[in-house]
Design a protein around this ligand. Structure first.
Ligand code: 13P
Length: 346
């Protein structure tokens, strides 16, 4: 295994204050989002939407790479240029989601484990040959009081993430390791911090056990947030504090970068919270520079306004691309502590 190019790619994904655009919704999820915007749920509409995203002019100024899904990596621009080429020309590294989804975890009601390890080596080899440079696998853990997630759910997902990551590195792909603690529920910020810390601790134990090279991966965690239905919501400063403290306790300094998922936060809230982690004096618990860049790898928080504006109508294509670029610029600014509400009144 020649690890040097992987280390270079992992660093490049989080370099220059840029982030990632996740556009790797499964067909079922993409169709669900299309349905709520009254867009026909067809192969061609999914292709046209992904073309709109990939060809937003200047996307590469704020975005270092895009995460595609199996259907999309095999598709092409209407002019015949494969999407992989379109992305490369736009200065975007190509990533691919390789898990096959979260399935019910046996003997653990209301918990899920992500599947897709069977045949993964061969699938990774095929994606690398198509031009992918990195991959993504998401494990999901729900909070329910003190009961969930169970240690079994945490361990099963951490194990799968580490097995996937080792296979990626063997194949020459940088693994993005995405353990997501879900926002649904009434839990407090403190409970989310406790669970996120336990999950990340388990992930890095498994990563070490399976021989994953820390320098050649990117971590994609949730921000530490109170549950959506919690009556006590927190300020951006409190979220930044809890998130940074949690990461400092468990993420080795050898990891080249951390890129948050948005998890269902609005675009604006995600930018405000990301910005709060990048203010000049740092957070109270850690003034000054952190060991790793903190970046973003958002799907909904980057795409949502663009999808609503497009609504399947080609006449709205340019306006939709502008909406995507706007959110990308807001998050790019947030990585320098330069985002403010004024950016929203364009
Ligand atoms: P969200 O930013 O919408 O949470 O999506 C990120 C992602 O890649 C989910 O796997």
């Amino acid at each position: 295994m020649n690890i040097a190019p992987l280390i270079e790619t992992a660093r490049a994904l989080v370099a220059d204050g840029k982030g990632l655009l996740a556009m790797d919704e499964s067909n079922a999820t993409c169709n669900r989002r299309f349905a709520s915007a009254d867009i026909p749920q067809t192969l061609e509409m999914r292709r046209a939407y992904r073309e709109l995203l990939l060809t937003a002019p200047g996307l590469g100024d704020c975005i270092s790479g895009v995460i595609l899904v199996d259907e999309t990596i095999r598709q092409a621009h209407a002019d015949g240029t494969p999407f992989v080429e379109v992305a490369r020309h736009a200065g975007l590294r190509v990533g691919i989601k390789v898990d096959t989804g979260a399935k019910p975890l046996a003997a653990h009601p209301n918990e899920r484990v992500t599947e897709g390890l069977d045949g993964l080596r061969e699938r990774l080899q095929a994606y690398a040959a198509m031009g992918a440079r990195f991959a993504k696998w998401r494990g999901v853990m729900a909070i329910d009081g003190a009961r969930l997630p169970t240690p079994a759910c945490i361990a099963a997902n951490a194990h799968a993430l580490a097995r996937y990551a080792a296979l990626c590195q063997e194949t020459g792909l940088v693994p993005i390791i995405e353990p997501e603690v879900l926002m649904d529920g009434t839990h407090t910020l403190q409970r989310c911090q406790e669970v996120t810390e336990a999950v990340l601790r388990s992930v890095f134990e498994q990563v070490s056990l399976q021989g994953v090279v820390l320098e050649a991966m990117v971590l994609k965690p949730n921000m530490v947030l109170a549950g959506l239905a919690c009556t006590a919501q927190n300020t951006a400063a409190e979220v930044a504090e809890a998130t940074v403290q949690c990461l400092l306790r468990v993420v080795p300094a050898a990891v080249p970068g951390i890129a948050f998922l948005s998890g269902g936060q609005s675009g604006e809230l995600a930018s405000i919270r990301l910005n709060a982690m990048h203010l000049p004096n740092g957070t109270t618990s850690h003034p000054g520079a952190l060991p790793w860049p903190l970046s973003f790898s958002f799907a909904r928080a980057l795409q949502h306004p663009a999808l609503e504006i497009w609504a399947g109508n080609d006449a709205h294509r340019v306006a939709a691309q502008q909406a995507l670029l706007h959110r990308a610029r807001c998050n790019f600014a947030a990585l320098k502590g330069g985002y403010s509400a004024a950016m929203e009144s364009r």
